[in-house]
Design a protein. Structure first.
Length: 671
């Protein structure tokens, strides 16, 4: 082997690491790009085995064109994902011209870079552990590239790489904690709408019941004090004011008169919001939704954040689409009054119904309203109708036709929260009472280990707000009249014996919440993920400065940089001293270590080896003193001599270990 050739050990780890680096991107790569990656890898293996020759210039040009065309046709437009795709193509094509060590160094550097791009799409704990193994593989390829002995075992190379990376962990921690934080690379917008899930800006019968079949995490809320009871955890997301006869939808953002933030002037409509007390503070870590709305308890107070604000209907709106996990803090007053006075335009907007359709419900609403003394009594009458008549709360409602309100209210009477909220709002408007549908989530699962509330897709809920003179917008949840257990105990309890909770996902952990052991494991894992998201993924510049300011007075970027460099080089010096002390110690090879153990065993029986005494002489002398151990002593000595002086498979010491163990057993038992 010359100094320019790639060692076999390094090449093996390089190919394995390449597969590990590309694997997380496979689901995002076009099919023909994946085929190109496999083809290049197989070609390189064939070249190594001597079955194929190196590809010529024409073949290389063809592969380059295939890769570029595959990326262009596989994505609509150019963005982050196509850029990563091109990087992967360049990475695998480099294999076809990797003949010397300098080519291998380029491939290894590209492997580190491609590994880093994986965190643009995934930053979970399992993925981080996986990438740690992959990075160790890449480092093993780098170690193998600098080894001169081709027979070294790949496992030893991997172990060496692991030791090197392990020594870097203290330095990594210092840099992570103290290095001035900048906006992470993964805030670059993705090409496609990632993780677009959750409640929609429209609502039709069956929408939320379909969403409730998912156990995907939506967000987690950590409270500054005691967690409010579940009956008060109405997580407001959207407010739907338009109804076309079938579907409820939001008014355009321009209709709300701007966002309210503390660092800007108050909009005129803010004067109609009254915060009356029962204040709670909380922070939310929301999962990517691909949309703009944020979730909060009613009524949230405005914040000074530059990228979000409060809308007139008391919901929060993000200026940026939530494409990555995001953390925000809010304060809400659970005792509030919204729109103490309602303008004529908003009254018209929140009482408007289609000119025709659902005529029977309109007539029923008019009849019931005529019998009521005031709007509040009418609200109670409609709730009493839901409560006393044979309405069923179910995740399996029947399909409805063109007059969906009539069919549900007067015929099927089987529905989920969106059926009851939509019908109730329709009946209010049919009587001339302003009403709107609010969509969000209700309740959540309290995790006592992490002291936070997790809200899942199956917690999706819809309720109604009606405007009453002197009270403003009042929350009315018609579901509570039909299935009070849904409000107090959650969806699973409300469905009772229907057995439809997460019926499409029988292996979901959420279906085993009543199993103590599984529930404990699930909560532990969930708490670990919260800590990870809060202190690793969510370690933003604000979090960093807030955390360190509690320990360092007058903290600024310059002082932070000086502290980082001081701690960094101090840790580096300590690691260097430890390594120097370790290298100064004499390393004993496994064969001699086993023989010294053999000498210690005999010394414990009074057979001390003399200084400089040869192994054969020592064996002869001890065998004469202990004839009962003569066979075992001679066997250990023969094996040791073979492995030490005749180089009989020095690396394999198992036979010597067994012989020493046999001697020890015989000395203790006498047979």
């Amino acid at each position: 082997m010359t100094g320019y050739q790639i060692p076999r050990n390094s090449l093996a780890w390089m190919l394995i690491a390449q597969a590990g680096v590309i694997a997380p991107h496979v689901s995002r790569l076009p099919l023909w790009v994946v085929a190109l990656c496999i083809g290049c890898g197989l070609w390189r293996v064939m070249v190594y085995q001597g079955r194929w020759s190196w590809p010529g210039k024409r073949v290389k040009v063809l592969f380059v064109l295939l890769g570029i065309v595959g990326v262009v046709l596989g994505y609509s437009g150019f963005g982050l994902e196509p850029a990563v795709g091109l990087l992967v193509v360049a990475f695998v094509l480099k294999l076809l011209e990797m003949q010397r060590k300098h080519d291998a160094y380029v491939v290894i550097l590209l492997a580190f870079f491609v590994a880093m791009t994986g965190f643009l799409f995934n930053q979970t704990i399992p993925f981080t552990l996986y990438m740690s193994i992959v990075v160790t593989m890449i480092t093993a390829a780098l170690v193998g590239l600098n080894q001169t002995l081709s027979h070294l075992h790949p496992v030893k190379t991997f172990k060496t790489a692991g030791v090197l990376l392990g020594q870097s962990i203290p330095l990594m921690v210092v840099l992570f904690v103290f290095f001035p934080r900048v906006g992470p690379l993964w805030t670059v917008p993705l090409q496609r709408d990632v993780a677009q899930s959750g409640v929609s800006d429209t609502m039709s019968p069956g929408d939320i019941s379909e969403l409730a079949q998912s156990d995907e995490l939506v967000f987690r809320a950590t409270f500054g004090g005691d967690v409010p009871p579940s009956t008060q955890l109405y997580w407001r997301g959207l407010v739907l004011t338009r109804f076309d006869g079938t579907q409820w939808s939001q008014a355009p953002a321009s209709a709300y008169g701007g966002l309210w933030r503390l660092d800007q002037g108050k909009p005129g409509w803010s004067e109609n919001i009254q915060f009356r007390g029962n204040e709670v503070s909380y922070s939310i870590i929301i999962e990517p939704t691909g949309r703009n709305w944020l979730f909060s308890l009613t009524a949230p107070q405005p914040t000074s954040s530059n990228d979000m604000g409060m809308v007139r209907d008391a919901r929060f709106y993000s200026l940026d689409v939530i494409r990555n996990q995001r953390r925000y803090q809010l304060t809400s007053n659970l005792d509030y009054r919204l729109d103490r006075e309602l303008s004529d335009s908003w009254r018209a907007r929140t009482t408007r119904l289609p000119e025709s359709g659902n005529q029977r419900t309109r007539e029923l609403a008019a009849s019931m309203y005529d019998q009521a003394a005031d709007p509040r009594e009418y609200v109670n009458q409609v709730l009493q109708m839901f409560r006393e008549q044979e309405f069923v709360y179910t995740l399996r409602p029947p399909a409805l036709g063109e007059n969906s309100i009539d069919e549900f209210l007067l015929e099927t009477r089987r529905g989920f929260c969106e059926h009851y909220a939509g019908t109730f709002t329709f009946m209010m408007r049919a009587a001339g009472i302003p009403a709107r549908v609010v969509v969000g989530y209700l309740g959540g699962e309290y995790n006592p280990i992490g002291d936070y509330v997790s809200v899942y897709e199956f917690d999706a809920h819809a309720w109604t707000e009606v405007w009453l003179q002197g009270e403003g917008w009042v929350r009315v949840d018609p579901t509570s009249a039909v299935a009070p257990a849904r409000i107090e105990s959650g969806l699973e309890a409300a469905l009772g014996d229907e057995d439809s909770f997460l019926a499409n996902d029988p292996l979901s952990w959420q279906r085993f919440r009543n199993t103590l052991l599984l529930s404990e494991i699930r909560l532990q894992i969930a708490a670990m993920r919260l800590y990870w998201d809060s202190w690793v993924i969510g370690y933003t510049p604000d979090v960093q400065m807030g955390l360190l300011a509690g320990y360092i007075e007058d903290l600024n970027i310059r002082k932070l940089g000086f502290i980082m460099l001081t701690v960094f080089f101090s840790v580096l010096g300590i690691i260097g001293l430890i390594l120097l002390m370790k290298r100064s110690r004499r390393e004993i090879d496994p064969v001699n270590r086993e023989y010294l153990d053999f000498c210690k065993i005999l010394a414990s029986y009074g057979l001390q080896r003399k200084t400089g005494e040869a192994p054969l002489h020592f064996a002869t002398r001890t065998a004469e003193s202990r004839p009962d151990l003569a066979d075992a002593i001679n066997r250990v000595t023969d094996i040791y001599m073979d492995k030490t002086y005749f180089q009989d498979d020095v690396a394999d010491v198992r036979e010597l270990k067994r012989a020493v163990r046999s001697l020890k057993v015989k000395a203790l038992t006498g047979h």
